[in-house]
Design a protein around this ligand. Structure first.
Ligand SMILES: [Fe+2]
Length: 184
């Protein structure tokens, strides 16, 4: 068995590897093994990953897997949402706080706790989990987010905490909630 080098990082090669794993008989353990191997050396990812102009870049999506590079700026949490599919986040820079919520009666949500993800760490998220993501480091937090399904076409939810409502996830609604929650 040959060990893959951990001293270089090729984003396109990672995407191809994750796509292949998603089509295997055991997608989750295979993707997890790839993520653990690659994120074992977060500095190498950081040094070799391309610079993107936008904060959230979809690298690939099909019925089996969606792969994103996500950068979050300090002090700008994204609204609570679910994915309706398992997800795996690997972090290579900054600190990304994932706050988790439980759904109460009438679409109200209450926080149950949070996980701070540091460079080199991987977080698994269950399909029905409701979370927010926020950068809590001085530098932006940067990670690769993998979803086991077609994230942009599946029906999933956003939660308006002020109104106590559950909304269909759309880009417009997401952007509206982003603006509203940062208004004092
Ligand atoms: Fe999410």
């Amino acid at each position: 068995m040959t060990e893959k080098s951990t001293t270089s990082f090729d984003l396109n090669a990672l995407v191809e590897e994750l796509k292949s794993a998603s089509r295997s008989a055991a997608p989750k353990p295979e993707v997890k093994a790839i993520m653990e191997r690659v994120f074992h050396d977060p500095d190498t990812i950081r040094q070799h990953i391309p610079e993107f102009e936008e904060d959230e870049i979809n690298l690939y999506e099909d019925e089996a897997i969606s792969i994103w590079v996500c950068q979050f700026m300090p002090g700008s949490p994204i609204p609570p949402h679910d994915h309706q599919m398992p997800a795996m986040i690997g972090l290579y820079a900054g600190v990304e706080r994932n706050r988790f919520f439980k759904l109460e009666a009438e679409s109200k949500i209450t926080e149950t706790g949070y996980v701070d993800l540091n460079p080199g760490e991987i977080l698994n998220i269950t399909p029905t989990a409701i979370h927010t993501v926020e950068c809590v480091s001085e530098e932006p937090s940067c990670g690769i987010h993998v979803y086991f399904g077609p994230l942009q076409s599946i029906d999933r939810s956003l939660f308006d905490q002020r109104a106590g409502t559950c909304l269909k996830f759309t880009e417009d609604t997401f952007n509206r909630l982003m603006v509203e929650q940062h208004r004092c």
